[in-house]
Structures are given as C-alpha cells and as structure tokens.
Ligand binder design. Structure first.
Ligand code: SF4
Length: 259
C-alpha cells in the first residue's frame, strides 16, 4: 500500500485496528515467551532476557527457580553460586547484581512480594518501564504495552507513529487501540517481528500485512525469496496465511529460533 502523507488520524486508527485484527489471525499462538509461573519468576526471567534470547533464558530458569523460590532467596544469594547458574545468559555479573538488588528491594519495601502497580515496579532495582509492563500484562492481567526492539521497529514501519522514544511510542500506540487489547497486541507485534518482519530482511512477499503496510518492499517481495525468511514452528502456516505455498519454507526455518 501507499499511505498518503495526508492520512487522517481516523484513517490511521482504522488501519491500526485492521493491522491488529490481521495479527490476531496470523499469530493465534502469541504469548509471553519467557517461561514463568508467578510474578517473581517473570521479573527474574525478564531481567535475564536483556541481550539474550528467550530460548536461552528458558534453558536456565528451571534450575534457577528450583533453587531461588522467594525474593528473600535472591536477597541473600551466594553471589558466586547465582553467577554460575545464570552465566549462559551473558552479562551474568551485572545480572547477578540486579537480581540480588531486586530481591533486597522486594523484601525491604514490599514484604517480598512483586507489586502490581507500574509506579511501584519502576522504582525497583533492575526493573525499567518495559519490564514493568511485561510483568503487569502477564502476571497481573493489567493491560500493558511492551515497547521492545521489535515493537519499536514494526509500529514505525507501519507509520503508526514517528516517535522514537519508547515511552512516547507506548502512549502513541496505546491511543490507537482499546486498553484491554494492549498486552496481546504487544505479544502479536513481537511475534511478527521475530518471525516475519525482521530488522534486516523482512519477509514482505510472505507477510499477511502487505495491503496495510506502507513499508511493503523493504524486504523481498517475491514469494519464494520471502518464504525463506519466515521463522519459527509455524513458519509454514505463516506462509499459507499470506497466500504463499508452504512448501517454499525451508524445513530448517521451522526449527529455527526466532530471536
Ligand atoms: S510488508 Fe514487509 S515491512 Fe511490512 S510488515 Fe510485512 S514484512 Fe514488515
């Protein structure tokens, strides 16, 4: 599509809502990809996910969560032992620091519980606004928009906003969608960014959003070339949803990790 420079606010809102509906059909499996069973585990996993794939974090956390069950366990952690457990996620010294300080902050200020309010969360060590929104949306059912690198790239490719600051992006996109949709919308956008609309070579010719996206053509538009770029366990279904022959998706892509 070509979006006119004069697209009205109403036109943009309608296009945004259509994009949201197509994404819901395209990624029915969208969810938080960090394994967790409570708010503390999600907070810890989100800290570990900085500069690391969710898959790698999920390999590390079962043993970690078995050893560290409460905030007090992190507060009083043996640094060397904790470092060793989380080492595969990279930057393990800084992350160990963050986890110990988070545990201490939770024990000192919140009786060891993860609070369910944005203002409380962002004042905890190691928890920025993005992490806070992940926790609110996925552990407390409080709608939250998660502006990570994928979200940031996609909403700007779709020209839903020209903002570059994550907080401004969060507010601009939040205004286009009903609040109740924010958490799932974030998951779906991040799924699309990981599996279809990659940073360097987006799979434009095998994308379900071609008619709604002003950046169509940023990546290959030829179906065979585009299908090779689809990633993840549903890569063939993603091709079919875009009207592309699923057989064009290389088998290896189905197993490929979507970073
Ligand atoms: S058409 Fe291309 S740029 Fe637009 S969302 Fe799809 S993959 Fe991304």
């Amino acid at each position: 599509m070509t979006t006119s420079l004069r697209e009205t606010d109403l036109g943009r809102t309608r296009r945004a809502r259509r994009i949201g509906r197509v994404l819901a059909d395209t990624h029915p499996d969208a969810h938080c990809e960090l394994d967790h069973s409570n708010a503390l585990e999600l907070a810890v996993a989100t800290i570990l996910s900085a500069q690391c794939t969710d898959k790698r974090v999920n390999e590390v956390t079962p043993k970690l969560f078995a050893h560290y069950r409460q905030a007090a366990d992190y507060a009083g952690a043996d640094r060397a032992e904790l470092e060793e457990l989380i080492r595969p996620t990279g930057f393990y010294r800084n992350k160990t620091d963050s986890l110990i300080k988070l545990g201490q902050g939770l024990v000192e200020r919140h009786d060891g519980r993860v609070p369910g309010k944005l203002t409380d969360l962002v004042h905890l060590p190691g928890i920025g606004r993005k992490t806070a929104n992940v926790i609110l949306g996925n552990a407390f059912d409080v709608p939250g928009i998660t502006v990570d690198t994928h979200f940031n790239r996609l909403v700007r490719r779709w020209r839903l906003t020209t903002e570059t600051d994550p907080v401004k992006i969060e507010h601009a996109i939040g205004a286009l969608y009903p609040k109740r949709d924010w958490t799932m919308l974030s998951h779906r956008i991040i799924f699309h960014g990981r599996r279809v609309c990659h940073a360097r070579k987006p799979a434009c010719g095998a994308c379900t959003l071609t008619k709604l996206c002003p950046s169509y053509g940023t990546g290959p538009t030829e179906p065979a070339a585009a299908a090779k770029l689809l990633k993840g366990p549903r890569a063939q279904e993603l091709a079919a949803a875009a009207g592309v022959d699923p057989e064009l998706v290389p088998v290896g892509n189905v197993r490929a990790e979507a970073p």
